[in-house]
Design a protein around this ligand. Structure first.
Ligand code: ZN
Length: 367
């Protein structure tokens, strides 16, 4: 602890002398030098950056989704944990936003614009040492909470998210009436569970246990009997954000299809869903391809603000002129970004519903 400043002498600065010795050590010097060695591989020098196309017209309607989650731990025995999740869909009023000062938007005006165009959803998961009396254990309690939360029929949501969920998994936008692909039953753990077209609940044909449509996502595969990992609420948040965004898409598809291609749908984070939850990805891809083939291309982007791709962009984007675009192909991603063997599966084969694109709009970002 340094001495505080007195009347006659300034305060002591914390252990600066010790730091000085550390940075003068030959070993530390050598290490630091080796830490700062981002030599750009030759493959990254001649990348196929292209100028950002200037054709096309601005999209009229902009929708964005975002979410947050927070786990609260009690610091007294038996140390319980509850995780809270909040998600929101925002419709941007591009006319009202256009009138704002882009560098210094007035916070109250911005707040008012947002208040008029946001829908919120929130829920909570008992992760550890919290019980719901009517349910046999935490495992089944969380299954029920996921079902009830997706079904959220509050005045804000009115069951719209469940409708979107069914619209995706039963491919309700197509003409064929499909049942759910078989998935692992949360009771007998055999891969025999399914539900008939449009059903929200049913019974397992093998053990007779209750099945929710949301069980097909496989949250129960990540849970223990009495506790659930923090990842449950993070994954729920990502899935709920995706469903919120697709609720806006579904609404246009069903009611204003001719305006669908005038919209921009923006997700916070990549257009991907990990592990067993990626069962949503295949029907989403099918829908996007179908919409394009029917003449209603959907403009959807996921903006990444951290992670491997973001870090790589800092590296390769520095010397590129503004308004440039680069689409990395599979081989490049595996070799330069993931640094894994080229022989493995294609990047994002089962988990992504969008391609990666690097776009440099202006210089400021790199300053
Ligand atoms: Zn079963």
């Amino acid at each position: 602890m340094p001495y505080q400043a007195g009347n006659r002498l300034p305060g002591e600065r914390a252990s600066k002398i010790a730091h000085f010795e550390v940075i003068n050590s030959p070993l530390v010097k050598k290490l630091i030098k080796s830490f700062k060695n981002p030599e750009m591989p030759e493959e990254c020098l001649g990348l196929a950056w292209e100028p950002l196309p200037v054709t096309g017209k601005p999209l009229k309607y902009i929708f964005g989704v975002d979410g947050s989650n927070q786990t609260i731990n009690s610091d007294k025995s038996p140390y319980s944990s509850i995780s809270f999740v909040k998600t929101a869909l925002i419709k941007m009023d591009s006319y009202a936003l256009g009138k704002l000062d882009k560098e210094n938007p007035h916070p109250f005006v911005l707040k008012q614009i947002l208040q008029e165009s946001v829908v919120f959803h929130s829920t909570a998961f008992p992760l550890r040492n919290v019980w719901i009396p009517e349910t046999p254990n935490n495992y089944h309690a969380i299954r029920e909470i996921i079902f009830e939360s997706i079904k959220d029929d509050s005045p804000q949501m009115e069951g719209e998210i469940m409708e979107t969920f069914k619209w995706i998994v039963y491919e309700k936008w197509s003409k064929t009436k499909k049942q759910l692909p078989f998935f692992e039953c949360p009771h007998c753990h055999e891969t025999v569970a399914t539900l008939l077209y449009d059903e929200e609940m049913g019974k397992c044909h093998s053990c007779g246990g209750d099945i929710y449509v949301t069980d097909m996502l496989g949250f129960h595969l990540d849970m223990g009997e009495d506790s659930a990992p923090q990842g449950i609420s993070t994954t729920y948040m990502i899935i709920h954000e995706t469903l919120l965004l697709f609720t806006a898409i579904r609404n246009f598809w069903e009611n204003r299809r001719s305006n669908l291609s005038d919209c921009l749908f923006v997700k916070d984070g990549p257009l991907s869903i990990r592990a067993q939850y990626s069962k949503l990805v295949e029907p989403i891809r099918k829908f996007l391809a179908n919409a394009r083939d029917e003449g209603y291309p959907i403009h959807i982007i996921g903006q990444e603000k951290s992670g491997f791709f973001f870090d790589h962009f800092q590296f390769i984007g520095k010397d590129v002129p503004p308004k440039s675009i680069f689409v990395p192909h599979d081989e490049y991603i595996k070799k330069e970004i993931q640094q894994r063997p080229l022989s493995g599966a294609e990047y994002g084969k089962d988990t992504n519903y969008g391609a990666k694109v690097f776009i440099k709009t202006h210089m400021k970002f790199f300053e």
